[in-house]
Design a protein around this ligand. Structure first.
Ligand code: 6PG
Length: 467
């Protein structure tokens, strides 16, 4: 009974989390369903306080009570199965933490089941990939606050640290931690797609070389656009293929995979009336990309406006696309944070928006300079309806919409699709429209279905006999 924490699931993420914990002074018991990964970790962890177990019972009984067990297993059935194996050996007061990308509804079901047995359950969003897991990820814990307190010292220690603040803050009850991670991934999809569209503009419309684009991203990464995704994109563009000597990007097939978290974000938004158009467009862009064979076929049948011979002033248009990208990013994050706000109100979670932005500043995939401003904004206005109307961002988009409009028009005129940049502009223009065309929709609904409508001058619901 000397180990301070146990880790189950020793794939890349679990192994690195275990090493991270051991590196921070914890005595870490490790267990994997197959022996090979455990042996592998033991070989690599010389000098670390990593203690392997090959029977689940031995693993559990090696832990100090109340036991703290961190699961890093594939989301879905494997999580239920591991919990099922653990429970017979646990006691009231012990804590299970799920650090995988579980659906927050699954987390809530498991939380309820374990609570009835007196076992604490935390759904913990972890972001940062394998390097983050080892050196400090962003950690989004959800569950009972008193249960979180039992694990807080370990979690804050292994998290990324920014300005001496750990990128780990209690998010709220039940499945809220995994919910925050899910929407983080939706924002991640949108941010990635916006970067891809920016790259397309620079490459196809400004006809810049891959190296020139890498130079531009490196410069951007020193200013207000500084972010992990911009940084790695520059590095990706520099990479050459060992076989052909071409930029590696040019030999990678343009067909995108996904594991589901972005899709869950869109489904949850749609189910709850949350306008998450940019995140959803980024998901659809992935779906369209997967129709590779059809796209190649259609290219020979469907025409566009033809090759645009006009040359654009590079310096002017590099600034336009920079503005367009930044404004798209502001709109996408605004949508993500609205999803946090609306869902928090729906479930009474009281999600700390300021802290979400704070813990996203380090460790996670969407870490970016401008999260500092988002955090400060929510610090000043915790109930802000939309980031777009906060003074800093309202001023920014007032200036940058010119670039976004120019780029989206250029896309339309040249027949190049910019799904997320266009969706950002549409979102921006819709959101700032005080009187929309929804009155006509209401009239149509009332005409064919007697669905009634409200009037702008008198309260109540009305029906008109239209014929
Ligand atoms: C992270 C990542 C991580 C993973 C995503 C990618 O925050 O560390 O988001 O969770 O890379 O699952 O998801 P897709 O495979 O759906 O792109």
């Amino acid at each position: 009974m000397s180990n301070t924490i146990g880790v189950i699931g020793l794939g890349v993420m679990g192994r690195n989390i275990a090493l991270n914990m051991a590196g921070k002074g914890e005595q870490v018991a490790v267990y994997n369903y197959t022996r090979d990964l455990t042996d592998d970790l033991v070989k690599k962890s010389e000098g670390h306080s990593i203690h392997p177990y090959y029977e689940i019972q031995d693993f559990v009984y090696s832990l100090k009570t109340p036991r703290k067990i961190f699961l890093m297993v594939t989301a879905g059935k494997p999580v239920d199965s591991v919990i099922g194996t653990l429970v017979p050996f646990l006691e009231a007061g012990d804590v299970i933490m799920d650090g995988g990308n579980s659906h927050y509804k699954d987390t809530e079901r498991r939380y309820d089941e374990l609570k009835s047995k007196g076992i604490g359950y935390l759904g913990i969003g972890i972001s940062g990939g394998e390097v983050g897991a080892l050196n400090g990820p962003s950690i989004m814990p959800g569950g009972d606050k008193n249960v979180y307190e039992k694990a807080a010292s370990i979690l804050t220690k292994i998290a990324a640290q920014v300005d001496a603040d750990p990128c780990c803050v209690y998010m709220g009850p039940k499945g809220s931690g995994h919910f925050v991670k899910m929407v983080h991934n939706g924002i991640e999809y949108a941010d990635m797609q916006l970067i891809a569209e920016t790259y397309t503009f620079l490459r196809k419309r400004l006809r810049l070389s891959v190296n020139e684009i890498a130079d531009i991203f490196e410069i951007w990464n020193q200013g207000e656009l500084k972010s992990y995704l911009i940084q790695i994109t520059a590095e990706i563009l520099r990479k050459k293929d060992d076989v052909t000597g071409l930029p590696l990007i040019d030999v990678i097939l343009d067909k995108t995979g996904q594991k589901g978290t972005g899709k869950w974000t869109s489904i949850q938004a749609i189910d709850n009336g949350i306008p998450s158009s940019i995140i959803t467009e980024s998901l659809f862009a992935r779906y369209i990309s997967s129709l590779k064979e059809e796209r190649v076929y259609a290219e020979n049948i469907l025409t566009g406006p033809g090759i645009d011979q006009r040359s654009l002033d590079k310096d002017v248009w590099i600034e336009y696309i920079r503005q367009a990208f930044y404004m798209g990013k502001i709109c996408a994050y605004a949508q993500g944070f609205i999803q946090y706000k609306m869902t928090s109100e729906l479930y009474g979670w009281n999600l700390p928006l300021k802290d979400i932005a704070l813990i996203f500043r380090g460790g996670c995939i969407i870490r970016a300079e401008f999260l500092n401003v988002i955090s400060e904004t929510y610090q000043e206005q915790p109930n802000l309806a939309n980031l777009l109307i906060a003074p800093y961002f309202a001023e920014k988009v007032k200036e940058y919409q010119k670039g976004l409009r120019k780029v989206v028009c250029e896309g339309i005129n040249s027949g190049t699709s910019f799904p997320c940049l266009s969706a950002s502009l549409t979102y921006y223009d819709s959101y700032r429209t005080g009187i929309s065309n929804a009155n006509l929709l209401q009239a149509q609904r009332d005409y064919f279905g007697a669905h009634t409508y409200e009037r702008s001058d008198v309260a109540g619901f009305f029906h008109t006999n239209w014929q």
